[in-house]
Write a protein that binds this ligand. Structure first.
Ligand code: PEP
Length: 250
């Protein structure tokens, strides 16, 4: 069975002291839980400036550190950007790529996401590649096609289960308190698994996360859906108590 992965995407939230307190709280909960009981992997993805602070706060706890974006190049004249190699250098093991907020706010297209994922792999990072349809696309019956197209365009050639995670995040469910039904999530995750198998030999082992308004109250239901191997959590990951309750639901 695939070990579930619960990822906290802190987005552009926290300041240094709140980031440190949140990370310490999550780190000590994970470290204080016996290996038998913590049958899930846990990761936090703070804003860039707090990666070192959070890295120190979770050191030795078993909680992994991830970033929220990277540049495709290994270095050079790219003002304001951060290379995957830099993230690996400061202790990150993963990076979220192609989040819908980046696709919307920064015009990121599938090709850019694929190039960033290639950079993540080059640096030894796990690429957590986000896909998902808008509400208009869902209403038009295009959700499955949109996700298939995003997979084909965003997952680089040569990706394997060890270095790639897919997060299905319907755009209309992010930060809205709305979620698809369990049946809809099951359909989509089955579809995503099938699409991945067209490109990857080990598609059955790739972890597929669900993201979009995951809360303690709906986590058990969402995380028990077939082909859901964990969650990408936004708002609820800013509360150690809620994030922990979600993780324990996996
Ligand atoms: C996200 O932004 O990745 C996310 C899933 O947000 P939320 O949990 O707040 O919907």
């Amino acid at each position: 069975m695939t070990r579930p992965l619960i990822v906290g995407n802190w987005k552009m939230n926290t300041l240094r002291h709140t980031a440190m307190a949140l990370a310490q709280d999550i780190g000590s909960r994970y470290a204080d839980t016996s290996a038998d009981e913590r049958g899930f992997d846990l990761m936090v993805c703070p804003p860039f400036p707090y990666l070192p602070t959070v890295g120190e706060a979770i050191a030795g706890s078993g909680v992994a550190l991830g970033a929220q974006d990277c540049h495709a190049a290994g270095g050079g004249a790219h003002t304001g950007d951060v290379a995957a190699e830099m993230l690996a250098d400061i202790g990150c093991t993963a990076v979220i790529l192609g989040h819908s907020e980046r696709r919307t706010d920064h015009g990121e297209i599938d090709l850019a996401v694929s190039e960033k994922a290639r950079a993540a792999h080059r640096a030894g990072l796990i690429a957590i590649i986000c896909i998902g349809e808008t509400e208009a696309e869902r209403d038009a019956g295009q959700a499955a096609d949109i996700c298939a197209r995003q997979i084909a365009g965003s997952v680089p050639k040569g990706a394997v289960a060890e270095d790639t995670v897919i997060a299905y995040e319907p755009v209309w469910a992010i930060g809205t308190g709305r979620t698809p039904t369990a049946a809809d999530v099951a359909d989509m995750h089955g579809h995503i698994r099938g699409e991945l198998s067209r490109f990857l030999d080990d598609a059955d082992r790739v972890r597929l996360l669900y993201g979009g308004s995951v809360k303690p109250g709906n986590a058990i239901q969402l995380l028990s859906v077939p082909n859901v191997d964990g969650a990408l959590v936004g708002g609820a990951s800013l509360s150690a108590e809620d994030f922990w309750a979600i993780a324990q639901s996996s």
